[in-house]
Design a protein around this ligand. Structure first.
Ligand code: TXA
Ligand code: MG
Length: 341
């Protein structure tokens, strides 16, 4: 398949390109597009054959459901059985933006989208390009992250090209994603509400609006073999570069001493720390800047592969606020290998 690669920088000047992208979606094709979190591979969520294409291209296990994206609140209502008050509060505060809400689904959502569950995950993205394509097509979009399953999620069009060139109809370059990690996923289909995946809308933010919110065990720890995941995506090895990574908790001085004894290692560290180490380094934002860490982490994981890193020791982030989301992705990239020094 020949993939069209186009750049959209101005919605009115690029109106013809938006129309073309919407046409591909209407015709059952696949478009990789930018959102504020990460790039997604989008298809018409109401067309099971189109959605099957997403699973095929990503090599995604069939039991891992997709998020459905809408541009307006009234376009979410037909997808769900009920939009409870808690959902309305969250939507008022955080939509459009990096929050996905799991609710009981309506029959118009095909089983392949929800992987046979009785719930559907819905989100209203804020990225203007994706909002324009949803409006132009008049369709809800099923869109997982635009990586091959198991790879770090793409935060630039170049990452999408690495993973998807020749496999989708179109890749739209809309610049670097501003958040850099996938949306927060919260389920309102259980009581109390449950955080299934941490993101830029933090656990603290959710508790401020909803009161009691449980954090699923899978947010910070490895699920025991054989257990059922509330969010199926959480059970897969994820975000993995080829290198073996160990996440190291502790201060920089101890980290520097530790890594000095491992000359063949590569260090994944915070900005500026690279200049104080003798091993090859990749950086992922400032030490006390979780927004920067979130925005840069996935590109840093891809960079480790580019420089041929085989054994990586990574500085651990703070685990509160947005740091919980950074930690959640890094610990999966490290296949849960962490140490305290
Ligand atoms: O930021 C994002 O959410 C990006 C952009 C493209 O919107 N999308 C994304 O999709 O990260 P994906 O498919 O890579 O991750 C969706 C996550 C998975 O962990 C999946 O298991 C979970 O959401 N999920 C989807 N539907 C669900 C449901 N009905 N119940 C529980 N978890 C669900
Ligand atoms: Mg994903």
């Amino acid at each position: 398949m020949k993939t069209q690669i186009i750049k959209i920088s101005d919605l009115s000047r690029d109106a013809a390109k938006l129309r073309q992208a919407a046409r591909i979606i209407e015709d059952g094709g696949l478009v990789a597009l930018p959102t504020e979190t990460v790039y997604g591979i989008a298809a018409n969520a109401l067309d099971p054959d189109a959605v099957a294409g997403i699973f095929r291209v990503k090599g995604r296990p069939q039991d891992n459901p997709l998020i459905v994206h809408a541009a307006e609140l009234e376009d979410v209502f037909p997808l769900v059985q009920d939009f409870p008050d808690d959902a309305m509060w969250l939507a008022k505060k955080f939509w459009p933006g990096p929050l996905t809400i799991v609710l009981l689904k309506n029959d118009i959502v095909p089983d392949i989208v929800s992987a046979g569950l009785d719930t559907v995950a819905v989100r209203m993205p804020s990225h203007p390009v994706t909002r324009a394509i949803i409006r132009e097509s008049g369709l809800p979009l099923a869109a997982p992250s635009a990586n091959i399953s198991g790879r770090p999620s793409p935060t630039t069009a170049a990452h999408c090209i690495e993973d998807l060139n020749g496999k989708v109809d179109m890749i739209i370059d809309g610049g670097e994603c501003s958040v850099g990690l996938e949306s927060t996923v919260v389920s309102l289909a259980v009581s109390p509400p449950r955080l299934l995946r941490p993101g830029a809308v933090t656990l603290e933010d959710l508790r401020f609006i909803l009161g009691d919110v449980a954090a699923d065990a899978a947010v910070t720890s490895k699920l025991p073999n054989g257990s059922t995941a509330a969010s199926p995506g959480m059970k897969y090895r994820h975000y993995s570069p080829k290198a073996k990574i160990t996440l190291v908790h502790g201060n920089f001085a101890d980290f520097a001493r530790y890594i000095a004894k491992k000359p063949a290692a590569t260090a994944l560290v915070f900005d500026g720390e690279d200049k104080r180490l003798k091993v090859p380094c990749v950086t992922y934002g400032g030490a006390n800047k979780p927004e920067e860490q979130a925005q840069q982490l996935f590109a840093a994981l891809r960079r480790l592969d580019e420089i041929g890193a085989e054994r990586v020791y990574a500085r651990a982030p703070e685990i509160t606020g947005l740091g919980l989301a950074v930690y959640n992705r890094l610990i999966r990239a490290a296949a849960f290998d962490e140490m305290f020094i």
